[in-house]
Design a protein around this ligand. Structure first.
Ligand SMILES: O=C(O)CCC(=O)C(=O)O
Ligand SMILES: [Fe+2]
Length: 276
């Protein structure tokens, strides 16, 4: 079934297609302010329920080809600690993560996932929320829109995202329990250097103190935009037999961006290196 790109998003709730509509401007303003003050914003019911179900079908068909990713890393995504720092420094706290990854190339041209990712009004809307002049599609074969699949016991450890100014995720299917997206806003500076206050906050989060941690409510269809480079975040272990399926969309500030092949190899598997 081919799908008009327009009919994927709940346009009654999120009037994003008409760039001149005052309702669009109000929607942008609201989420822009939320993102600014809290470092994340949630758009519940952004994708229509029947479209979400179809996206889940697309993902399930491809699950046998997902790459199983198990790693032990610190919150800066390094696999090794830093021996020049004290043992209790965040660099030396290593955490386990496990999930499966579906790369963009596994979804064909006519897929719903690609249709949504490439829909220009979505990109323009997100650019307005995050304050980017223009956002471009990623030209990487694997990264543009990918899906994280968390089975029973899978989780994502506390981490900062590496380069992008923002991260955008779409919940496709929730776990029966667990699989909570947790974030601690403002735990690192823009430049990636920690000042004393932020470092103290980060340490408390990594030690299990939830005072500065927010659990973001996510129903299927909810879009979340967050400042993952400056706000440490994780996904708690999934409980029950239902996979937690989360699509991640990558937009770039410049045209023609492709990812680091070494990163692709670790995230999407050795097949990406063989394809070069
Ligand atoms: O699965 C999630 O909700 C979070 C994913 C995440 O941390 C990321 O894409 O950077
Ligand atoms: Fe992340």
């Amino acid at each position: 079934m081919t799908q008009s790109q327009k009919s994927i998003v709940n346009l009654a709730a999120y009037p994003i297609a008409d760039t001149k509509a005052p309702a669009r401007a109000q929607t942008v303003e609201r989420f822009r302010n939320e993102l600014e003050s809290r470092q994340y914003c949630v758009l519940p019911g952004f994708v229509l329920p029947e479209m979400c179900d179809q996206l889940v079908k697309e993902v399930r068909q491809r699950l046998p080809n997902a790459y199983g990713n198990n790693s032990r890393r610190n919150c800066y995504l390094q696999r090794q600690g830093d021996s020049t720092r004290p043992d209790d420094h965040p660099s030396n706290k290593l955490f386990d993560a496990s999930y499966r990854m579906l790369a963009y190339d596994l979804f064909d041209e006519g897929s719903l996932l690609r249709s949504l990712y490439t829909w220009e009004p979505l990109r323009a809307f997100v650019a307005d929320i995050v304050g980017a002049e223009t956002l471009h599609l990623s030209e990487d074969p694997y990264q543009p829109a990918n899906v994280l699949c968390y089975g029973p016991g899978d989780r994502s450890a506390w981490h900062f995202d590496s380069t992008s100014a923002f991260t955008m995720t779409l919940m496709l299917q929730a776990a029966e329990a667990g699989g909570d997206f947790m974030i601690s806003p403002h735990t690192r500076n823009e430049a990636g250097q920690d000042d004393a206050g932020k470092l103290q906050k980060l340490r408390s989060v990594l030690d299990g103190d939830e005072t500065h941690v927010v659990t973001v409510p996510r129903e299927p269809g909810a879009l979340v935009i967050f400042r993952g480079c400056t706000s440490v975040h994780c996904v708690s272990p999934v409980e029950g037999d239902t996979d937690r399926l989360m699509a991640v969309f990558v937009y770039e500030d410049e045209p023609g961006v492709i990812g680091d092949p070494e990163v692709n190899r670790t995230v999407y598997g050795p097949r990406t290196a063989l394809a070069q």
